[in-house]
Design a protein around this ligand. Sequence first.
Ligand SMILES: [Mg+2]
Length: 291
Amino acid sequence: MSLPVRILSTDFDGTLHAEHEDPPIPRRLENLIARLQRQGVAWVINTGRDLSSLMETLGRAQVTIWPDYVVTVEREIHRREESQYVGLEPWNNRCTAAHQELFARVRLDLPDLIAWVKARFHATLYEDAFSPFCLIAQNNGDADAIHAYLEEYCLTVANLTVVRNDIYARFSHVAYNKGAALGEIARRLEVSSESIIAAGDHLNDLPMLSEQYAKWLIAPGNAIPCVKEAVLRQKGFVAEELHGHGVACGLERILQSAKSSVSSETCRIDHSVTGIRLSASTQQVRKSSIV
Ligand SMILES: [Mg+2]
C-alpha cells in the first residue's frame, strides 16, 4: 500500500507526551510513528519548548524513536543529522532578525505592560532569549484576561502577536508560528498539504491545525474546546482518548481510511477492466435486498 502521508507534525506537551503517565509517550503511538518513519514519513515535533528542554524530556521518556525535524519555540526549525539537531538556515536567521527588529519596538512599551499586569494579577513576568515579555499566569482565568489585554496592545504594533499555551504566553512575529514552520519544512521536502498530518491540543497549535498546512487533523480528547471546534470544522478527527492515546487512535483511523480508499480504487479499476466484479456484487446486493 502506498501511504498518502509524507509528513507527520505533532505538538509535544499534552498531545504526544503526558508527564503524569508511565510511559509518558504511549508505546502504541511510538510503534505507529516508528512504522510510519520506516515507510518514509518525516516526523516533526512542533513545540513551544526550546531545544534543550525538549531533548532532556525525550531522553527522560526513554524513547526509541527520534523526530526527523524539530520546531522549537513555535518557530525555529532543526533537522536531525545523525544524532544531532542542526538549525535550518537561513530560515532561523530570518526569524531571529525579524524578531529582533520587532522586539526593539516592543521594548519601549514594556514598563507600561508590566505595570498593568502587576497592578491586577499575581503573575510571573520575565524576559528570555525568545521574547522580551513572557507570562506565567496563576490560572487560565487570569491568563485569559491578560491575553485579551495583550491582544489589544498587539493591534498597535505591526506584525506583533501573542502566542499562548495554557497559562503561558509570550510575544512573537505574526509570520512565524507552528503552521509557517511546518509549511517551510513541507516546502523543503516538496510535500503538499494533501500529504500532511498535524496533531495538537492548545491555542499555539491552531496555526498548524489548518487545511492550509495539513489535510489530516487530529486533536486528542484533552484538547481545549476551540481546538476541537477548529479540527471538526475542517473535517478532522477529535479523539475520546487523551494525549498520545488519542493521537494513536487518530493515526490508526487515517491509515485505515487510506487502506480502504486503496481497496475501493482497486475494485473500481477491476470493474472498469472486466465488468465482472461489479456485476457479481450487484447481484449479491439485489439478492440481499430481496431477502
Ligand atoms: Mg500542547
